[in-house]
Design a protein around this ligand. Structure first.
Ligand SMILES: NC(=O)c1ccc[n+]([C@@H]2O[C@H](COP(=O)([O-])OP(=O)(O)OC[C@H]3O[C@@H](n4cnc5c(N)ncnc54)[C@H](OP(=O)(O)O)[C@@H]3O)[C@@H](O)[C@H]2O)c1
Length: 336
């Protein structure tokens, strides 16, 4: 744990979707920052980041960037994390990494604070943020697991363009405008047209036919919930939505718990807002959850095909709790 009054904080990728949100959240949550060091590629060196009424100049990420840094948020992609996280740690910083560089490393804590903050003190310099889809899943699965022991979860994710960074957001906007104007489209962030389309492909395909992200979601869930017996299978889909990931989750439990009780359990769980009133057409939707801190959960109902099964639908703001907020909450634990 860190014990100072104010901290020198570096944000690697400060001009990106997640880095910008981290800076906003540090200000919004009044994190004790003495000096902010925004870092990016040489493309944005010299740009300004506004923080607490002051403009901080973006610097090019380099080996010398971390002198005197206490906490370094990494949000510049896997390659940058692999290249510079250990450099930051050697300079004395604690790294909170939002990429997938360290998520599979059993020696590096993988944290969703509401679920496993007790693991944070085991870090040796680096702490990893899980995939946005995992964060949404475990927040909902953990309280159900504590009450009824989950045997198996089947999840399908509906992932927004912001999850792929600023280029993907631009690509969705530009393709939409081009297609509505009968013009040709350009694609680079996705392997196919994303506007007016769903792409069932996130990550690299493995021999099993699953993708790395789908297997990652299953492994990360078991790690964070500290129970290797939970079986998880996933299908991850990119959808033409700008912000928020939606997830359809089917859960098989050891104990039979009615949907009403699940609703009550989730209503008192941290980080969750139950939004579930089908009679009034109320259920979580991306357009309502964008900008929110909580995971919204609805459509909670018995799975009629299973004796102990539940279906539900959750929505998480992938930029906020799915990445930046989770990272800032980890930092808050470090300085508590
Ligand atoms: N978006 C999400 O919902 C989400 C969720 C969970 C995790 N993540 C992870 O967060 C990380 C950032 O994602 P993002 O969505 O914020 O991406 P993004 O919008 O594309 O931003 C990327 C950031 O990294 C910087 N960068 C790129 N190459 C660099 C280099 N060679 N050296 C230094 N800085 C470099 C960019 O700086 P320039 O402006 O100079 O190009 C920009 O600040 C990724 O690892 C991603 O997997 C994202």
């Amino acid at each position: 744990m860190l014990q100072k009054k104010n901290y020198t904080v570096a944000v690697v990728g400060a001009t990106g979707v997640i880095g910008r949100e981290v800076v906003e959240l540090l200000e919004e949550r009044n994190f004790p920052v003495h000096e902010l060091i925004p870092l990016a590629s040489e493309r944005s060196a010299g740009e300004k980041v506004e923080f607490f009424g002051r403009n901080w100049a973006v610097e090019k990420l380099a080996g010398s960037s971390f002198k005197g840094v206490d906490i370094a948020f990494f949000a510049a992609g896997t390659a940058q994390s692999l290249a510079f996280a250990s450099v930051a740690v050697s300079a004395g910083a604690v790294v909170i990494d939002t990429s997938n560089a360290f998520r599979n490393d059993p020696a590096i804590p993988l944290i969703v604070p509401e679920v496993n903050s007790h693991v944070i003190p085991r870090h040796a310099g680096i702490i990893a943020n899980p995939h946005s889809s995992t964060i949404g899943m475990v927040l909902v699965l953990k309280p159900i697991h504590d009450a009824a022991k989950i045997r198996r979860a089947v999840v399908t994710t509906f992932q927004s363009a912001s999850g792929m960074g600023k280029n993907a957001i631009d690509e969705l906007a530009q393709q939409t405008v081009s297609l509505l104007n009968f013009r040709d489209i350009k694609k680079s962030a996705y392997p196919h047209q994303i506007a007016f389309n769903c792409i069932p492909h996130d990550g690299e395909f493995l021999d099993s036919g699953d993708t790395t992200e789908e297997i990652g979601l299953a492994n990360e869930t078991r790690r964070i919930m500290e129970d290797d017996t939970i079986r998880v299978t996933a299908t991850s889909v990119h959808v033409p939505v700008f912000r928020c990931y939606s997830e359809s989750v089917n859960i098989e439990m050891e104990k039979k718990i009615p949907a009403d009780e699940i609703r009550a359990i989730l209503s008192s769980a941290p980080g969750i807002l139950v939004y579930d009133d089908p009679a009034r057409n109320l259920y979580p939707m991306a357009i309502d959850v964008a900008g929110k801190d909580e995971i919204y959960v609805g459509r909670i109902r018995k799975d009629v095909s299973l004796p102990n099964g539940i279906n539900l639908w959750l929505v998480i703001d992938n930029v906020r709790k799915g990445a930046a907020l989770n990272a800032v909450q980890i930092a808050e634990h470090l300085v508590k």
